[in-house]
Ligand binder design. Sequence first.
Ligand code: HEC
Ligand code: HEC
Length: 404
Amino acid sequence: MKPRLFLTAACLILTSMFALNTTTAAGMKESPQQDFSHEDFAIENASIHDDGNDDEDGFSDRDCGHEPCASVARGFHAFLDRKLHGLGANGRSCADCHMPTDHFQLSPTDVETRFQLLQWRRQWHPKADDPLFRPIDADDFRINGDNAGDFSNLRENGLVRVTLPLPSNMRLIDPATNQPSSETSVDVWRMVPSVNNVRLTGPDGVNPWPRGPNPSGGYQLDGRIATLQDQALGALVNHAQIQNPPAQQLLDDLAAFQRVLFTNDRVRELAEAVDAGAVPLPDPDPPLNDLELQGKAVFQRACAQCHGGVGQSTTQAPVRRYHDIDTQCPRPVDTVSAPRFSFTACPPRLARNARTYEITLTNGQKIRRTSSDPGRALLTGFVGGLAPADDWNKMDIPGLHGIS
Ligand code: HEC
Ligand code: HEC
């Protein structure tokens, strides 16, 4: 069975089990195991396994590409595993945020649906749980710690807390006093990207930025992580709050599983052609109508210099690797009278994520800048020069396959 079908089947099971659980809740009789578990999936896998051409885990060699099938299958289980045996995690699986039912991303709508469902279940079962809602991702976590429960950023924006240490030359301004605070790290709020096509969107070795980390691109919105193994480790530590170090095999398995996830079979075939060194590479687009063909021409002209290459995430020199496309809050305001551009102001639900930083430049001068997410500046402290001598608000280029 193809992974896509396999996943669809698994998702259907997941959904139906979820429905079953809520039915149980509605029926005022609780099953002791409310949530889907690794064991449940193991059983379901066996039952949806369909023909003798697949290996015992339901993945055929073709679907695994260059990855060992056993590793892909284990990675699939691990991705959905809320228990993470022996790691002392907080009950979250990767799939809690990278939802298989929504292209491995997390939409505000799904968050809100899950939040409402949880409140409803709690009428009958006060201990009902959805591990997406852990205090660490509550807005008030820094104030209320483990008792935090304000999930506005998650519910309204689908955003998750990412904590980054402050570079030594950057300090946060305390909004109450307007003076530098003693904080040594900052919380930025980031969306959950899809893990589809990550085989194509990692570091690509071309067109380097003058500074690391990962001058030729990487994982995360700021490109700060080089491998899917390191990415998985970071996720386990920061999102699943594991207390014990994971085995290397777990990280390798998660990476192997993610490397066979693609938006569709055409993108999968493109990745296979890249691996095989095929020239020319196949075009992953379906047959296009006239309007779509026009759009594609515009894309080649206006977008592909940044969203280029097989993953649509490679910049073409002389265009620089990392960019500020003014997605942060507050939005820029043109200082020239008769403004040349104007942006709609950020809505309050996003504007409140902005923080002001005091940055000490190399010449000792102190400047202040405000941003909801300074991007790569948080990795380097490199601020204040003319681009490209500046990492302020710079982000990696995301792939666009499957963006709809
Ligand atoms: C609490 C929600 C949450 C959980 C749980 C979670 N992630 Fe993520 N994931 C995110 C967010 C948010 C980002 C973007 C973070 C950033 O850019 O700093 C991300 C980014 C990623 C990326 C980078 C994608 C890209 O294109 O750069 C990968 C790969 C990934 N996660 C894999 C995993 C794996 C594997 C697990 C389980 C071990 C996991 N995630 C668990 C929220 C989550
Ligand atoms: C100067 C480089 C550059 C150009 C040119 C460019 N983009 Fe982007 N694009 C980016 C960057 C950087 C991001 C990520 C911004 C962020 O994370 O804040 C992005 C993000 C996106 C996203 C959001 C992806 C997601 O997963 O949320 C879409 C969609 C997109 N671009 C489409 C386009 C289209 C369409 C064009 C052409 C009209 C275009 N871009 C031109 C750099 C560029």
